[in-house]
Design a binder for this molecule. Structure first.
Ligand code: FE2
Length: 400
């Protein structure tokens, strides 16, 4: 797809294709040869213990806006669901209302987490047919759903653990999200002078799978979704003295949708992936990277709202080798150090990134902020520093 074609641009609201290209490292590719053409990440759906308060958190701290709602007031008996947006990122926050809601069973097993990484596609039937031919489990067959705003065509396939990929063709739909959801604004009002938003898009979604299963899932995304392999990190690159993991990255043709997949590696102590698998009770989404064009301002806004980040080890910014590799970045390194923002550089450019502490009660899903300047990577050079910071937290939780 070239920058002059607009189907992707049309559904990115006020984030242009060129902005997305810069923010998330998109590349050109030939969509006509793609067996499973993906337009974008449609939404991330979370099941949480208290959707009402979680939705408020995403408004107050993450600067997101509620755009739609479904719940007992408009015909959904067993759960509440709030749809929030920030640029092209869309989150759906669900929580069970009645005691027999299946969402409560899910929540008991996994705690707060991502249940559905839904993808917007142009041809649901073609994608499902291809997925089935490659051995994927089709959970929901392609079908139409309509309301006053039009019709969507949708289906769903099973991914790792209890995570699913819904597929949505919304080309015939004008509503705020899906049929059954009504437009709604949140009750929260941003303070005067607050920025319109503090992040623009979801850059990548990382999963943790069981020991020995990473290559199976890489192959699954290759076959079922036609995803290509990106960077690959194995072994020493991301090992500390105590814990280790292996990670590979798959992406759709233009890299709009990027899924790094981790598995634990053998090490002296329990790795952060093992800790996740224990507390999430199986494989699932580990972290979500949010793309921002001003990571310093975003970190400041989030910290003011009480969001906590992982601290970079003090030695990080004094490391001569690192300093030499980083070279010139757009802000003084002291500003990065003050905020614990990490830097990584590769042959294409550099990126700034920082990792959050888990937002929920369990040491499972967390966020990352990423500001790309040409780099198409994921911060490989920072993995060691990051893991040491995570291990310090693991130790504090008594899980190392
Ligand atoms: Fe990441």
């Amino acid at each position: 797809m070239t920058a002059t074609e607009t189907p992707l641009e049309a559904q990115l609201d006020d984030v242009s294709f060129d902005q997305m290209k810069r923010l998330c490292g998109l590349v050109e590719y030939d969509e006509s040869k793609d067996p499973f053409p993906v337009k974008s990440l449609d939404a991330l759906t979370f099941v949480v213990g208290n959707a009402t308060q979680t939705a408020l958190h995403y408004q107050v701290a993450f600067g997101m806006e509620v755009i739609a709602y479904s719940g007992p007031e408009n015909g959904t008996r067993d759960h509440k669901a709030f749809v929030l947006k920030s640029g092209s990122a869309r989150f759906v926050i669900k929580g069970g209302v009645t005691k027999d809601s299946p969402l409560l069973d899910h929540h008991r097993r996994h705690g707060d987490g991502v249940v559905d990484i839904s993808l917007e596609v142009t041809d649901v039937d073609k994608c499902v047919e291809h997925a089935r031919s490659q051995g994927a489990t089709v959970l929901v067959e392609p079908h139409d759903v309509s309301d006053d705003f039009g019709t969507i065509r949708t289906a769903a396939i099973a991914a790792y653990g209890e995570t699913i990929h819904s597929l949505v063709d919304r080309s015939r739909y004008e509503g705020p999200y899906l049929p059954g959801y009504l437009p709604q604004k949140g009750s929260y009002r941003k303070p005067e002078g607050a920025p319109k938003r503090i992040f623009q898009a979801v850059d990548h979604v990382v999963s943790n799978v069981e020991l020995g299963k990473m290559d199976d899932w890489v192959s699954w995304y290759n076959r079922v979704m036609g995803f290509v392999n990106m960077a690959e990190f194995v072994g020493d690159d991301i090992a500390t003295d105590y814990s280790a993991l292996m990670s590979k990255v798959v992406a759709n043709g233009n890299h709009r949708v990027k899924f790094p997949l981790n598995e634990p590696a053998l090490a002296k102590k329990k790795s952060q992936i093992d800790e996740y698998l224990e507390f999430y009770d199986g494989p699932g989404v580990q972290h979500i990277a949010l793309a921002t064009n001003d990571i310093l301002a975003t970190v400041d806004a989030l910290r003011t709202a009480g969001v906590e980040f992982l601290d970079a080890p003090a030695s990080y910014y004094e490391d001569a080798e690192l300093r030499a590799r980083i070279g010139d970045v757009r802000v003084p390194i002291e500003e990065l150090q003050k905020r614990h923002v990490l830097v990584d550089r590769d042959e294409d450019g550099y990126l700034l990134q920082i990792f959050f502490k888990p937002l929920g009660d369990r040491p499972t899903v967390f966020y990352e902020l990423i500001e790309r300047h040409g780099s198409l990577g994921f911060g490989k050079g920072n993995f060691k520093a990051l893991f040491e910071a995570i291990e310090a937290e693991q130790h504090r939780r008594g899980n190392l």
